[in-house]
Design a protein around this ligand. Structure first.
Ligand SMILES: C[S@@+](CC[C@H](N)C(=O)[O-])C[C@H]1O[C@@H](n2cnc3c(N)ncnc32)[C@H](O)[C@@H]1O
Length: 210
């Protein structure tokens, strides 16, 4: 589906990325990452708007990695970000190529509705695995219960999750909950949730001293 709609989705995001919520969430992430070394991985980067905005607005020196399941999205993000980010075809549920405890931040914006509850819980554990202790997680998702109506493409898996579910699964995966905001979205029949968490665990002496 996203291969077919990648260009129109990118055009939509060209406007949406200027909404204050993105500056707010990405700006706060940059502040929380001060002193935390390592890459930021967007696990479902789409055409790359979050990575580009994060780079331009907040943190020009951070290594950026974008992953997406759609080859067309990967192609668009590669053009948009150029040398600023390493964009790869991949699956957010399985970051096998990424070392344990190696990453400063994981982003997931409006993509977990395409995986079922067990996979969300599994993915949160995988993201915790790759994050260093103190690493930051930001998840944006559609809040609520039941499925999202995709009209003609009704066979597509698209599920809403409650903020309670996300908090519970994130805590079970080893994240401390820093913030979980539920916000209405203009012209949408459902709210968005923005979850921010910190990977728990001891930082090594070398990390603490640096
Ligand atoms: C609604 S778009 C959001 C894109 C981007 N995060 C944003 O907010 O602009 C959902 C994205 O998730 C990607 N996606 C869906 N399932 C995925 C998976 N299992 N692994 C990685 N990406 C996936 C789609 O290809 C699509 O680019």
């Amino acid at each position: 589906m996203y291969d077919e709609s990648a260009e129109s989705y990118a055009a939509l995001m060209d406007g949406e990325i200027d909404l204050p919520i993105y500056a707010d969430v990405l700006g706060r992430l940059a502040k929380r990452l001060a002193g935390v070394s390592g890459a930021l991985i967007d696990t479902s980067c789409g055409p790359g708007h979050m990575l580009l905005r994060y780079h331009e607005q907040s943190d020009r020196d951070r290594e950026l990695v974008g992953i997406d399941l759609s080859p067309k999205m990967v192609a668009l993000a590669s053009v948009s970000l150029g040398p600023v980010a390493d964009i790869r075809l991949g699956d957010m549920r399985n970051l096998d190529e990424v070392e344990t405890d190696s990453v400063a931040a994981v982003l997931s914006f409006f993509a977990i509705h395409h995986i079922d509850p067990e996979e969300v819980a599994f993915s949160l554990r995988e993201w915790k695995r790759v994050l260093c202790p103190g690493g930051q997680l930001v998840v944006a998702a559609w809040e609520g219960t039941g499925s999202i109506d995709y009209g003609d493409e009704s066979e597509i898996l698209a599920l809403r999750y409650t903020s309670g579910e996300i908090r519970d699964w994130a805590q079970a995966a080893g994240f401390a909950v820093d913030r979980c905001l539920v916000e209405p979205v203009s012209e949408m029949p459902m709210d968005a949730l923005y979850f921010e968490g910190t990977a728990e665990g001891e930082r090594t002496r070398a990390e603490s001293d640096s």
